[in-house]
Design a protein around this ligand. Sequence first.
Ligand code: GDP
Length: 173
Amino acid sequence: MREEEIETAIKVVVVGNGAVGKSSMIQRYCKGIFTKDYKKTIGVDFLERQIEINCEDVRLMLWDTAGQEEFDAITKAYYRGAQACVLAFSSTDRDSFDAIQSWKKKVEDEVGELAMVLVQNKIDLEDEAVVQQEEGEELAKQLKLRFYRTSVKDNVNVDEVFKYLAEKYLQEI
Ligand code: GDP
């Protein structure tokens, strides 16, 4: 399949507090790797992966904030034109869970409605978990979002998150 034949390209932003695993998730999904001390490269805007949904080639462009989450001017540029969004928190970080609604609002204020999904990452760290599965489920219900529990480290459910987002986006256009 030549590049110009791919009809659908979806800009996906991965948002959430620092250290929940956003960069790792993008690296895992697009490059198939996991490293404990991956250094974010400022200046690299996004990584991409092509998948097939209902016999249609879809290119997902995954944007990383490169650790600049706290700078509004940067995150605004990063959200521009986004069509799908992963709201991510970590099992081991209560603040990251409490911040989800404000991340959702930030993205929606900037780009309006878009395909969204709630993700609880680092489920492999069972002993260190401070946010329970039920709390994630409850929040997802309240926000009317699909909920996935992932381990980027063990490669659990990562592909499913992005497949769901692509399908949801395609359903809505
Ligand atoms: P970001 O700031 O949200 O982009 O987070 P990073 O991708 O930099 O990840 C922060 C740290 O968490 C890194 O040391 C990652 O290796 C680690 N990490 C990411 N995902 C997982 C996971 O699913 N399980 C475990 N145990 N560690 C993870």
